[in-house]
Every structure is written in C-alpha cells, then in structure tokens.
Design a protein. Structure first.
Length: 413
C-alpha cells in the first residue's frame, strides 16, 4: 500500500514589517511655527548680544578714561582709610599710598563692569524668553489660516467634500490659497456627485437587462421538449450572461470601493476569513486543494461586506490558481505591531517577480492574460487593493519558492 504523500510544509513567514518608522521625539517635528519662532527669537537674541557688546565696550571705555582727572596724595599721610580698599592703612609713604589707591580704583572699575555684564545678561535672558514666547504666539496667529486649511483638508480626506474653508480677512496670499482650495473642492464635489449618480444609474441600467436575459434563458432551458442544440446554445448564453453579471458587479464594486469608508464598525478579520473559507470549501474539495491555517482575532474598524470581499477574492484566487495535485491554501489572521494582518498563501504556478504588479491591474492576470478565462473576470485583486486602500491599509504580494504567492493585507486597528 502506497504511503500518502505528506503535505508541503507551511511557507516561511514574510519578514516584512508593516510598521512605519516614527521619529524618536515627535514633539520636535520642525513645523513652520517652530521655525518661525526660532527665526524671530534668534534674530532678537543676536541683536541683543550685539547691543550688549556695544554697551559693554562703551561703558568700559568710559570707566577707564574717566573724566581725564587723576588723584594723588602729596604731603603728609592723613590716615585715610576705606572699607573697599583696606590696604590704604598699610601704606608707609605717599608713593605706596598712591599705588594702592590706583590699584583699588582699577579693581572697582572692573567690579562695576562685571556687575554691569551680569545684570545685562540676566536682562537679556529674560527678554529672550519673552521674545521667543511672543514670537511663538505671533507665528501661531499668522499661521492660523494654514491650520484652518489643514483641518478642512483632513475633513475632506474623510470623504466630507461638503466642507469649505471660507477664510475671512485681508486679501493676501493665504486667502488666495484658501479660495483656490475651495474652488478645487467645489469641482471635486461635482465630479464625485456625478460619479455616484453614474454608478447608481449604471447599476439599474446594466443589471435589469441581464436579469431579464437570465430569466428568459432559464425558462427556455426548463422546457424538456426543447431541441438539444437549443439547450446547448441556451447553456452557453446563460454562462455568458452570468459572466457579464459578474463583470458588472465587479466594476460597480470597484467604483464604490475607491471612496474612503465613512461609516465604520468593528469587524473581526478572523470571522471574515472563516466565512470566506466556508464559501470556497466546496470548490476547494472539488479541486483537491486543502485549506488550512489559524485565524486569530484581529478586530478592525471598517465595512464588513467589503472586508469579506477581500478575504473571499484572495481565497478564491488561491484555490483556482493552484496545482492539480497536493495543493494547499493557508489562511491566517493575527495582530502584528498594532496592525491587523491577513495572509493568504498557496501552492501554484511559478510567478515571476516582475509580473506581481500586473496582477493588481483590472482585467490582468498572469502573463498578461486578458478576460476570457473561466476563472474570473480579472477584477479580484483590483477590488482587494481598492478596498484595502479605502480602509487605510494596503496589500503586498510575494512569490513563493517553488510556486504560488503570499498575499499579505495590512489594515489599521
């Protein structure tokens, strides 16, 4: 009795790290406000240092030159004493007395200059703190329109195209920028409204005739007295009609998923992946493909229907594009580095690295195959990438050694 061949071992985990590099001190980000503050404060500090140097030099010159008068003692020493110059009492004659007096006078001048310098530095330090604080406040006031523009842009990035800046104030460069941004938002809103209207109309206009055709074909095929040739033709037309319906649904889903998701709810990727595996289980059994893998809880905020389409498309592709014998598909979900990760890997044909990017293009398959295959309409990975981007995530693909792919979807929690 022949031994049952062992299933291939699981592929190695990709070493790709989805974390984005973060600066060690995010509060030191060189914003325009910080740069303007440093510019204003630095200019004031340089000007203060120059002014202090000039004052110090002028004061030193004035103290050294004095009024042009010099003092000396002649005659009998009258016992002059001073608390700031105690050596005067030690003078034995007039020459010693005059030398000690000049020395004490020089010490007093230097002491006055040092005191002037220390007080001036303290005053300059206090004024520098005030100048930096004033510069920071003024920079914030000047840049407040830019903050308003930034907040509006963030709201628009969340698919709220109805927001406008409507900046008031003088007709300067910032107001011109805000008005230009408002005009751009107006045009974008009209374009997106027209696109949504087109998608809605296309959904009705394209689905209705296809549904009517399917109904008519099914009615004719249900007639047991219909000729064999007519039944064969009906089955071919029915398959073609079903393919057209799939193409229309894929195109409409692709158009809807290009927009950012506004209403988000907690969705567990493990549950979504398990539902996708259950839906593809029968097809996998028919092809002899084993589906395995552990789904750990990984809750994200998003649209459950669209996230389920991500998992379903990836698992379906992994099953359909597989080997004819001893094929397997591994589906795992987990949380890595603060992000939810869905990994779908499979055995299959060898995929060149330069073909990876083409797989995510609409109607493109391996080796530039166009539509016409019985495996799908060529929109699966395009929809996956579009839905992942709409949820703030991304998808990457890596060829497996020996054939097959490793699809990795990363979504923020």
């Amino acid at each position: 009795m022949a031994a049952t061949p062992a299933l291939p071992t699981a592929p190695p985990k990709p070493t790709w790290d989805p974390r984005k590099p973060e600066p060690p001190f995010p509060w030191l980000r060189p914003t325009i406000r910080i740069r303007l503050t440093l510019l204003y404060g630095g200019m004031f500090l340089i000007a203060g240092i120059l002014l202090l140097s000039i004052i110090y030099l002028l004061a030193a010159q004035a103290l050294h030159e004095g009024s042009g008068q010099t003092f000396s003692v002649t005659g009998t020493n009258l016992g002059i004493s001073s608390p700031t110059c105690p050596k005067l009492n030690q003078a034995g004659n007039n020459d010693e007395f005059n030398s000690i007096l000049n020395s004490c006078e020089a010490v007093q001048r230097q002491h006055a200059l040092d005191d002037l310098l220390s007080r001036s530095l303290l005053a300059l330090l206090g004024l520098a703190v005030i100048a930096f604080a004033f510069g920071y406040a003024m920079a914030g006031r000047v840049l407040s329109p830019l903050g308003r523009i930034t907040r509006t842009a963030r709201a628009v990035a969340g698919s709220d195209l109805s927001r406008r800046i409507e900046l008031d104030g003088p007709d300067d460069e910032l107001k011109e920028l805000a008005d230009t941004f408002d005009d751009m938002l107006e045009r974008l809103q009209r374009a997106f409204t027209a696109q949504q209207r087109f998608v809605g109309n296309a959904s009705h206009e394209l689905r209705t005739p296809l549904a009517i055709n399917r109904t008519l074909l099914e009615v004719h095929l249900s007639d047991p007295n219909a000729p064999v040739e007519l039944q064969q033709l009906g089955k071919t037309l029915l398959a073609t009609n079903e393919r057209s319906e799939q193409l229309v649904e894929g195109l409409l889903l692709l158009a809807r998923s290009d927009n950012q998701i506004v209403e988000r709810k907690p969705v567990d990727l493990a549950e979504v992946a398990q539902q996708a595996v259950d839906q593809v289980h029968a097809e996998a059994q028919a092809k002899g493909v084993v589906i395995r893998g552990e789904q750990k809880p990984a809750v994200v905020q998003g649209n459950g229907v669209l996230l389920e389409r991500i998992a379903l498309n990836l698992v379906q592709n992994a099953v359909r594009y597989n080997v004819s014998e001893d094929g397997w598909v591994e589906v795992t979900t987990e949380v890595q580095h603060g992000q939810a990760v869905l990994v779908v890997s499979n055995t299959g044909p060898v995929v060149p690295a330069y073909e990876i990017d083409n797989l995510f293009e609409p109607f493109r398959r391996l080796r530039t195959e166009r539509t016409g295959s019985d495996k799908g309409v060529g929109l699966g990975l395009s929809i996956v990438r579009s839905v992942a981007r709409a949820h703030g995530g991304h998808i990457s693909a890596q060829p497996r050694e020996g054939g097959g792919l490793v699809m990795r979807v990363t979504l923020p929690i």
